[in-house]
Design a protein around this ligand. Structure first.
Ligand SMILES: C[S@@+](CC[C@H](N)C(=O)[O-])C[C@H]1O[C@@H](n2cnc3c(N)ncnc32)[C@H](O)[C@@H]1O
Length: 352
């Protein structure tokens, strides 16, 4: 079995995959992600998409697509932020969540549709979903429709906002080793799969054909690295072959290859990656933190806001190793030369 196939089996095998158990996040779980640290993260991502909607010509219909939404915290913080901008909110045709885990789908429903139960969800089995989770959907009281899919192939083809936060680090990679006979693929046992870059290619194709913009936010570098496969259980590193399915497996994302794949056969433009710290600061995290501090009613609440702010931005914590890559289908120029501020998404103006 290749390392890629091993990772897929360990993480999303329908019977024993790590994510199939349900909640693995937070202090009680195995690891903590940025949206779980503070609401500021999702709110500022929501503002970023809003600025992109304006920069790209305020399309009348917008669909939102998130890959691997975890507990649904990031989407719920973004939706709350968008609701404050009714002119934009009414353009949303639906939220499409690409999620393999039935347990996490339930948590996402609870986060996005408060007071809902599992029986409120409509399920449709079809030829396209044979052998996979059914297509699921639920509509909120405010009319917003939330849908779940097993893969990008099942997402409607429309102008889209795409979000992939800590998704690509969980996707299978192939590992190679230099031997005396040249480069050889590392195997865990026997078999093969080859799906690693196809999701990035399909995201680029969707945006290229139907328009839209997206963010990929992950632990990684803007160049290829050696073997970075690691396993985390209860906030500690363990060996990747220990009790498969009991620990999260991830790899550092190679943003340079992601960009190559996305732009090779599409007219999509990429910007970045920039560090998480640069991205959040350019969106005004300092001002948002000060507002939250003003409204906090207790000392522990204030301390929590300050600690979260530091953790998201500190280069020694999540500020530098987490990177943000933007991609979009640019509008044809109106003939007038755009300023750098108009030409690039917010957070990426300073790049050459
Ligand atoms: C590391 S978690 C990130 C969760 C969330 N984005 C966050 O940052 O809190 C990875 C997410 O991707 C989902 N996932 C992993 N592999 C997947 C696959 N092949 N197809 C669909 N979802 C997948 C997991 O179930 C989980 O929701």
């Amino acid at each position: 079995m290749t390392v890629a196939h091993y990772i897929r089996q360990v993480l999303v095998n329908p019977l024993s995959g790590y994510y199939m158990h349900g909640d693995v996040f937070g202090q009680e779980g195995d690891f903590v992600t940025s949206p779980e640290i503070s609401q500021m993260f999702g709110e500022l991502c929501g503002i970023w998409y809003l600025t992109e909607w304006m920069r790209l010509g305020k399309p009348e219909h917008t669909q939102i697509v998130e890959f691997g939404p975890g507990r649904g915290t990031l989407m719920s913080d973004m939706v709350r932020t968008w609701k404050q901008f009714p002119h934009f909110y009414k353009t949303i045709t639906g939220i499409h969540l690409v999620e393999a885990s039935p347990g996490l789908r339930k948590m996402q429903r609870a986060a996005l549709v408060q007071g809902s139960t599992d029986s409120d969800v409509s399920r449709i089995e079809s030829k396209e979903t044979a052998g996979m989770n059914p297509a699921e959907s639920i509509t909120r009281e405010d009319g917003l429709k939330i849908c779940w899919h097993d893969g990008i192939e099942l997402v409607p083809e429309q102008w889209s906002f795409i979000m992939a936060h800590e998704f690509f680090d969980a996707l299978p990679v192939h590992s190679f080793e230099k031997t005396s006979e040249g480069w050889r693929e590392m195997l865990v046992d026997m078999d093969d799969t080859n799906e690693n870059w196809s999701i990035a290619d399909k995201m680029a194709k969707l945006v290229d054909t139907h328009g839209g913009t997206g963010l990929m936010i992950d632990y990684g570098q803007d160049f290829a690295q050696g073997d970075t496969l690691r396993a985390i259980k209860k906030h500690k590193f363990v060996h990747p072959m220990t009790e498969p399915g009991s620990a999260d497996l991830s790899v550092d994302v190679d943003f340079a290859s992601l960009k190559d794949h996305m732009t090779k056969e599409s007219g999509v433009t990429t910007n970045g990656p920039v560090t998480q710290s640069e991205f959040l600061q350019s969106l005004g995290i300092q001002v948002r933190m000060e507002m939250l501090l003003k409204n906090a009613t207790s000392r522990p609440a204030r301390n929590n806001i300050i600690e979260s702010f530091k953790r998201l931005l500190d280069p020694a914590a999540m500020g530098r190793i987490y990177k943000v890559l933007a991609f979009s289908k640019e509008q044809p120029s109106s003939g007038m030369k755009k300023s750098i501020e108009e030409a690039r998404p917010v957070g990426f103006h300073h790049l050459n």
